[in-house]
Design a protein around this ligand. Structure first.
Ligand code: SAM
Ligand code: SF4
Length: 326
């Protein structure tokens, strides 16, 4: 699919649930999100139908996310079904890792291509402060389990907050010891994220170079679906990446759209622009009806975010990342 700005859209991120077993301070309020009735969340067969229609339109890569996707008990089955759809080349997952230990084997057998595991700190106290839950060990066990399946590529995602106890170099060390790429994700001013400043990429690079020596820009083949810029460090097995969506805007190369757990097709993280696909699914709409509305949404995909330029606009997204599907 080509949007009105000439960008090829081949990547769909699907939030399978807005619920989560953690409460990361920059993502979710302490009491969780206002839960919607489960009947409003897309059912498995509805997700599969949208994936099939999207694949017919040219989507080739699907990311399953949330909330915490592994709360959805049938993730391996969902993965396997999406993987079998003609046209789908890659199915990947983003998770906090807490429930990964028990599900990784089934996910790997289902054909999962890659897993991104979010881990902001290796310090138990700091983890408790950020995630508001004492589940660091479970998350680390999830990472260890994922590493047992070399056919599934593993990346660690860390959002640097610049708070005491969050040792960025310790997280980066994981890419020295293990075959994983570690990516530092810039704080985005969305939902609870608006309350945090995060850390600038330049500051992070300086910290990492002080500890590990000069970083050199990686120029090999792409390592994923997205806009991460990767560096290599002497003696490291994996790469160090940066996803700085706000300060290093990459909207010109945006290849993605998002489906919320309630079936709303979002075309840009910052704006409410998009279309309700659930309504079409549940009112007897045909595949052609779905395709028509998906094309309309793409026709209106914003040219980019304007986080840096403007104050809040009326059409600025008010949902938090766990609801949108980060
Ligand atoms: N629960 C899963 C997880 O944590 O990986 C999947 C959903 S979570 C919303 C996906 C990613 O979004 C996580 O890596 C999380 O750190 C990131 N995230 C959440 N809020 C963010 C924000 N305001 N700015 C940048 N990244 C954010
Ligand atoms: Fe849950 Fe992921 Fe948000 Fe943390 S970042 S609260 S794990 S959805």
């Amino acid at each position: 699919m080509i949007d009105r700005c000439g960008r090829t859209i081949d990547y769909l991120r699907i939030s399978v649930t807005d619920r989560c077993n953690l409460r990361c301070i920059y993502c979710m309020p302490e009491d969780g999100v206002k839960l919607v009735d489960r009947s409003l969340i897309l059912r498995e067969e509805e997700i599969i139908r949208i994936c099939r229609v999207m694949a017919e339109l040219g989507i080739t890569k699907i990311k399953l996310t949330g909330g915490e996707p592994l709360i959805h008990v049938r993730m391996p089955e969902l993965t396997a079904q999406i993987k079998r759809l003609p046209g789908i080349r890659k199915v990947t997952l983003t998770t906090n890792g807490v429930l990964l230990k028990e599900q990784m084997k089934d996910l790997a057998e289902a054909g999962l291509d890659a897993v991104n595991i979010s881990l902001d700190t290796l310090d138990r106290e700091c983890f408790r402060k950020i995630a508001r839950r004492d589940l660091l060990d479970q998350s680390l066990e999830g990472i260890q389990e994922a590493l047992r399946y070399p056919q599934v590529s593993v990346k660690i995602n860390c959002v640097p907050l610049g708070i005491q106890g969050q040792d960025i170099c310790q997280i980066a060390e994981l890419a020295r010891k293990y075959p994983v790429h570690v990516r530092f994700i810039e704080m985005m001013p969305i939902g609870c994220g608006t309350e945090f400043k995060g850390m600038a990429e330049t500051e992070l690079v300086a910290l990492l170079e002080k500890k590990f020596g000069p970083l050199s820009i990686y120029q090999g083949k792409p390592l994923g679906n997205g806009p991460s810029r990767y560096y290599e460090a002497e003696g490291f097995v994996g790469k160090l990446g940066f996803i700085s969506a706000v300060s290093h805007k990459f909207c010109g190369e945006c290849n993605r759209i998002r489906l919320t757990s309630q079936g709303f097709l979002k075309t840009c993280l910052q704006y409410t622009a998009g279309r309700d696909l659930r309504e079409i699914l549940r009112n007897g709409g045909s595949d052609e009806d779905l395709k028509k509305v998906i094309r309309q949404a793409l026709n209106e995909k914003p040219d980019g975010h304007h986080f840096m330029e403007k104050a809040q606009e009326d059409d600025t997204e008010k949902l938090c990342m766990s609801q949108i599907g980060g």
